[in-house]
Design a protein around this ligand. Structure first.
Ligand code: ATP
Length: 375
């Protein structure tokens, strides 16, 4: 069983509907119940900001800061982390800050938010992800990239470097500057980064497939079969990276005039799509029922959590927003056992405390009402 990482304390200031709030925790799971709009998801969002990126809602930081306050939001947490106890402080520099936040680890300014992954990994499942299988490919790509990022923090840097190179290429093409030497240099860089991204994504699918295979057929959550399409496809696993880079660089060179006319790069890792099949029914997830899709998603997130635990030796912190709402009693109890079996700390929300009864004393229970938390 992987070691447990858990949040011992979290304090919020000027965060969403919280003026000030503090939560002291032991290593158990955390159940937050309260009415709609009371602040349950906001609290999960604060925990999600203990990982790199913009958190589970991906909103600009200016919107996160409490309306009507002059000070920017801040979050402080004490975590029993992967390298022992750590104090994490984060928040926006200024009230209207959109895209950057400061981060201190044990009182010292961190160079990049990636340093957070040395201490804890945070994974989440929210109702906003319910449309994942039927929504745009970009959402599924982002979902997959987050999976990769949680075991391979360098994936984020590769993706942003690729984006930057692609923007330079698009700009040159858009301005009609068809300088072959300059373009070839950029395209070579795009090829290296793009193939590395594709390989990392395929590797993640391989790991997950291996893990899912080991799950019994009668498990309460159906198994997913995953594949990638839209960029290099099967070739990624079958051929050496150097050959794939050659192919992609050649493709980019050949597409220059077409891409100039389209105003964008038409082929690349930014065009990939994650295909999800309900393995038991051999059915495209997008055509499964709402309940089946939710169950598939839960199964996928739990498999991912197990993978992170196996690969790092530490169980991730799980944020499960309204996880119990649409499950019958038997499935709920089975879900809690599965979550507990992962060995980490899970935060779960719902409107009704009764839904979480089967957790018993495996969880600490809190009530949230209008931006206040009580035990
Ligand atoms: N920047 C902000 N300043 C003040 N309040 C905000 C801010 N952003 C969001 N809110 C408010 O926070 C409230 C709580 O939202 P939250 O999503 O946490 O509710 P919830 O308890 O998860 O509810 P539900 O059960 O409906 O999902 C909402 O009423 C929202 O308007």
């Amino acid at each position: 069983m992987p070691e447990k990482v858990y949040i011992e304390e979290i304090r919020l200031s000027a965060f969403r509907n919280y003026a000030e709030a503090a939560l002291k925790l032991d290593a158990r799971h955390v159940v937050l119940t309260g009415d709609n709009g009371s602040g349950k998801t906001n609290l999960l969002e604060a925990v999600s900001l203990l990982s790199p990126g913009r958190g589970l809602r991906r909103t600009p930081y200016g919107e996160v800061t409490r309306v009507g306050t002059d000070d920017a939001f801040s979050i402080f947490a004490r975590v029993h982390g992967m390298e022992g106890e750590v104090a994490i402080g984060t928040g926006a520099e200024a009230r209207d800050e959109g895209t950057s936040r400061r981060l201190r680890l044990n009182g010292t300014a961190a160079k990049t938010a990636d340093e957070l992954t040395d201490h804890l990994r945070v994974l989440w499942l929210t109702p906003a992800m319910d449309g994942l299988f039927t929504g745009p490919a970009g959402d599924r790509r982002r979902f997959l990239d987050r999976l990769v990022l949680s075991v391979d923090p360098a994936h984020g840097r590769r993706a942003s470097d690729f984006e930057r190179a692609m923007r330079s290429r698009n700009r040159l093409l858009g301005e009609g500057r068809m300088d072959p030497a300059w373009l070839s240099g950029i395209e070579r860089q795009m090829a290296e980064l793009g193939v590395a991204m594709a390989v990392a994504r395929h590797e993640m699918l391989g790991f997950l497939a291996h893990l899912i295979e080991g799950v019994a057929n009668d498990a309460p959550f159906p198994s997913a079969r995953l594949s990638l399409t839209g960029f290099l496809d099967e070739g990624v696993t079958a051929r050496p990276a150097a050959d794939l880079e050659e192919d992609y660089a050649a493709m980019l060179a050949e597409n220059r005039y077409r891409d100039a006319a389209a105003g964008r790069t038409t082929e690349g890792p930014h065009k990939a799509d994650l295909l999800v099949f309900h393995a038991g029914k051999d059915m495209d997830a997008g055509r499964c029922s709402t309940g089946e899709q939710k169950a598939l998603l839960i199964g996928l997130v739990l498999a991912h959590a197990r993978l992170v635990g196996n690969m790092t030796g530490f169980a991730p912190v799980l944020l499960l927003d309204e996880i119990a709402a649409h499950l019958d009693e038997g499935r709920r109890a089975a879900l809690f056992d599965l979550i507990d079996g992962l060995g980490g700390q899970a935060f779960m929300t719902g409107t009704d405390r009764m839904l979480f009864e089967a957790l018993g004393d495996r969880a600490q229970f809190f009530t949230v009402a209008a931006g206040r938390i009580s035990g």
